[in-house]
Structures are given as C-alpha cells and as structure tokens.
Design a protein around this ligand. Structure first.
Ligand code: NAP
Length: 473
C-alpha cells in the first residue's frame, strides 16, 4: 500500500506521498490531545462559526475541490461538485443544530434529586475512511465531532490522499485550531498504535468487511468504542402495482451513480413477475445509453472505476458469477480507452448457490431477480449477509411501508431513492456494521453521556431510594 494519486482515466501517477513516521504520529496525537483540552471551554457558537466557514470555503472552492476528487478516484466532475455541495450542507446543518442536539436530557427519575444526562466530548477520535466519496466520508464524522469538541486524526484511503490533505487544509483555513483534524498517511500498524494510545477514545471506520474486522478488532482489544459503516447489497424491490415509468427513471441511476461504487447502490433488483420484463427492458435500455469518457468532460455519463485493482476485483466477482450459471442479460460494448472502465452489465438467473448471490459487486453491475409474491421478495431481500439500506417501489405507499418494515436493514426508502443527509441517520445491521452516522444518533457516537444528579441535601430516608433507611449508629 502506498499513498498515491493515480488518475484512473489516464493512469498517470500525479503525486506520491511519504508515509507518516512514528515520530509524526506521536506528535500528532500529542497535539490532538492538547487541542482537545485547550478548546473544551470554547463556546459552541464559536465552533459553529468556524464550521459555517468550512461550508463557505467548500462552496467557494467547489471547482478546485471537484477536480482534485475526480483526478484522485475518477468520478464524474458533476458528481464531485454534488459531493462538495453535500459536504457544505452537512457542515451548515451541524453548525446550526448541534447546540440544540447536545442539550442535556432531563430525566423524570425517582432518584433523590434532579437527574439529567449531559452529552460531553470524550477526546481524540481516529477516523478511517474510503475513497468512494473522498470528502463526504470525512465530513460525516468531522462535522458532528467538531461541534461536540472532540479532536480527530484521519487515515484516508491510500488512493485519495490529495482529497484528504486538501480537506484538512480547508478546515484549518476556516479557523479551526491546529490539531482539530489532522490527516496522516498511516500504515495499518500505525492505525492500531493510534487506537491503543490512551488519549484516543474511539474510532470510526467506513469501508469493507476486511478493513472493519481489522480496525474493530484493534478497537475491541484496546476497549475503545467504534462505529463501523461497512458494505452492502441493498435490495431494490419492485412490487406488482408500481408505476413502472417512474421505477425505470430511478433504477439505473441508483446503480450507475458514482460508477456503481456506493455502499447503498441498488445491488439487487428484486422484481415481481408481472412487471419483470418491463423492468429488465428499461434497465437494459438505460445501461446501453450511457456515455463513457473523460470524467472531467460534463458530457460523460459513466466514469472509470477508481483504480485498476478495483476493476480487476469486480471482474473476478463478475466472472465467478457467470461461471456459476448467472446469465449476462446485457453487456456494454468494449470501451476504447486506457481508463479503468468496467463495461456496465446486467446479470439475471443468480441462484442461491452462485457466489454472486452474496458477493457485493462494487461497480456498474445490475443483478435482477424475479419473484412471484411479496413474501418471496422480502425473504430474498433478507437472505443476505449484509443489511445496510434498501428501496421499495409500489403503488400504495402505506402498504409499501408495511412491506419495507419487514426488510432487515438499517434504512429503507419507499418510492424514493435512498438518501444520505445530515438530518437523517445512516447505518446498517449484520455485516454492514454497527452504529450510526449523521443526525442526532450520529452526533452521539463519541459522547460521554454523563449522568448528573443534583439534590439540596442528603436525606437518609430518601437517598437513593430506600437503601440507607435501615442503617443506624
Ligand atoms: P477498505 O479496503 O476497507 O478501505 C477503507 C479504509 O480502511 C481505507 O482507508 C483503508 O486503507 C482502510 N483499511 C483497510 N484495511 C485496514 C486495516 N487492516 N487497518 C487499518 N486500515 C485499514 O474498503 P474499500 O474496499 O476501499 O471500500 C469499499 C467498501 O466500503 C465497500 O464494501 C463499500 O460498500 C464500503 N462502504 C461503506 C459505506 C457505509 O457508509 N456503510 C460507505 C462507503 C463505502 P487503504 O486504502 O490504505 O487500504
């Protein structure tokens, strides 16, 4: 593993970054801890001002940031601009709402005195993030924790180092003190070392099961809290009464967006038999009309994958599924480019014994299943090791909500694409991980939820409960 920006469209090595030394890791944790202690008395309104500055800088520098992101990992420049704007929305939202979200919760308790739960910061938090949304993944952890008063150390994916570096520079430019968020080019061993440091209180990881197992294992061993946002094979269920024109408008977008490299992409289309043919025809039609090309060119509609390694991994999973009997219902023609393009493809007839049935294909591959009842649709959706999100399309949204409630995932959206926004929680169950990011739930991921009980005086008959009433001298 090396920290390199390699443009996946041209394969040009744009920049390589040296690894962080152990001395740099130590001085970074020292600084993060010092900044943590020094900023505890800072009024939350001041932090809000700085976070609004971060949002404003993201908007002001959108063109520059979008280009960096597209060169780092290949996404369409328009998608990069959308990601930059989403980061600004998240920063503004936590700046505006954190004071209210972090207010103490008063408890109506039988304890002697007034009880409340304070939501306090805990210290230094490490975040380990993936390349697929190079800025947004950082912002999901940074904005709520910054408002809370935690300081952070970032280990970003090795193929998006320039985006990581620029994000942290902008935070400093916005007025955050040094040590509030520091990017390091850490080895895996150094991530473990950081987690083991007594001043580090938690770790947030977004990534694969492989990364999750390693980092959650290190956190468990050191008794540190962790949140894990891992992979997904989200179902996209189409019931028999759905408006198929509307469904077909949505389906290809939620599979091909970001070249299919989204944890919550619709990775399994589960379609009722009476609308199956119409659905498949619509998906094939859309997949066949994309335009591969330079992701910096606004007329391009399908980007290369983020790296040669990712393309090869997807090719391996695709070939294994086909070798085990999956039918290739559609394959985009050969793409005449050196870029890391994977030809958008659609598979059908994936049986439960096929490796493709339970393998996350992280790229532009649609998998379509035919079902004959709602029960079968739900059973198929749930027959999967992952449980991140999902979508369901139907004619009657109340009925759709009832069916969606039976799908065992962390998020379900009915008749609308899955969205990740600051005011709604994001996260999964099963191998998709644990914990939530965004919203109040996300902001509470690394808090000390401290009970504070306040009374006027000790009363042996009443404190606490009747425990001391029988004691006498
Ligand atoms: P990955 O290999 O797990 O990488 C994610 C991050 O973890 C990178 O920074 C990586 O560093 C680091 N990492 C990996 N192994 C590590 C170890 N042993 N110790 C310390 N750090 C380690 O994930 P990926 O395959 O690049 O990303 C795609 C996956 O992420 C997909 O499964 C996708 O579904 C999932 N994802 C989930 C969410 C969500 O919110 N649930 C969002 C986006 C993506 P290096 O780059 O240096 O290896």
């Amino acid at each position: 593993m090396v920290y390199q920006t390699v443009n996946p469209y041209t394969n040009e090595l744009v920049k390589e970054y040296p690894f962080t030394t152990d001395a740099e890791l130590k001085s970074t944790i020292d600084l993060a801890d010092k900044t943590y202690h020094e900023t505890q008395s800072q009024p939350i309104a001041e932090r809000a001002k700085i976070l609004h500055n971060v949002a404003a800088l993201f908007r002001k520098k959108s063109a520059e940031l979008s280009k960096i992101c597209t060169v780092d990992m290949g996404k369409l420049v328009g998608e990069s601009a959308g990601e930059v704007e989403l980061c600004a929305i998240i920063a503004d939202w936590f700046a505006d709402h954190s004071e209210e979200l972090l207010k103490p919760d008063k408890l109506d308790s039988i304890v002697a005195g007034d009880a409340q739960v304070l939501h306090q910061s805990v210290g230094v938090v490490v975040m380990v993030e993936p390349w697929n949304f190079p800025y947004y993944q950082i912002m999901r952890v940074f904005a709520p924790n910054y408002m809370l008063g935690n300081t952070m150390i970032l280990k970003h994916a090795s193929n998006t180092p320039t985006s990581a570096k620029r994000f942290c520079e902008i935070v400093e430019e916005a007025g955050a003190p040094k040590g509030a968020l520091t990017n390091l080019f850490m080895t895996y061993d150094q991530v473990t070392q950081a987690i083991e440091d007594p001043r580090v209180q938690g770790v947030a990881l977004t990534g694969s099961e492989r990364g999750g197992v390693a980092v959650a294992g290190a956190a468990g061993k050191a008794l540190k809290k962790s949140t894990m946002e891992l992979g997904g094979m989200d179902p996209f269920i189409v019931l028999g009464d759905a408006d198929m024109k509307n469904v077909n408008e949505c389906a290809w977008r939620v599979r091909l967006y970001n070249a299919g490299q989204v944890c919550t992409s619709a990775k399994r289309f589960i379609v009722m038999d009476n609308v199956y043919d119409e659905f498949l025809d619509g998906l094939i039609d859309a997949f066949s009309r994309v335009t591969p090309g330079d992701p910096m060119d606004p007329s391009t509609t399908i980007a290369p994958m983020n790296s040669k390694r990712a393309k090869e991994k997807l090719q391996g999973s695709f070939d294994a599924a086909v070798a085990a009997g999956a039918k290739v219902a559609y394959r985009f023609p050969e793409i005449d480019s050196e870029g890391q393009f994977f030809r958008p493809s659609i598979l059908t007839d994936i049986t439960p014994d096929n490796p493709g049935y339970k393998t996350e294909m992280f790229g532009p591959v649609g998998a379509v299943y035919k079902v004959h009842s709602e029960e079968e649709a739900v059973a198929l959706a749930n027959d999967n090791p992952y449980g991140l999100g999902g979508m369901l399309f139907c004619g009657d949204k109340e009925h759709g909500a009832e069916v969606a409630a039976k799908v065992y995932t962390g998020m379900m959206f009915v008749n609308t694409p899955l969205a990740s926004l600051p005011d709604i929680p994001f996260g999964g169950v099963k191998l998709s991980g644990y914990g939530r990011e965004m919203s109040r739930l996300g902001q509470m991921a690394f808090t000390n939820d401290k009970l504070l009980v306040t009374a006027d005086r000790f009363d042996k008959n009443n404190a606490p409960g009747a425990l001391y009433a029988a004691q006498d001298l």
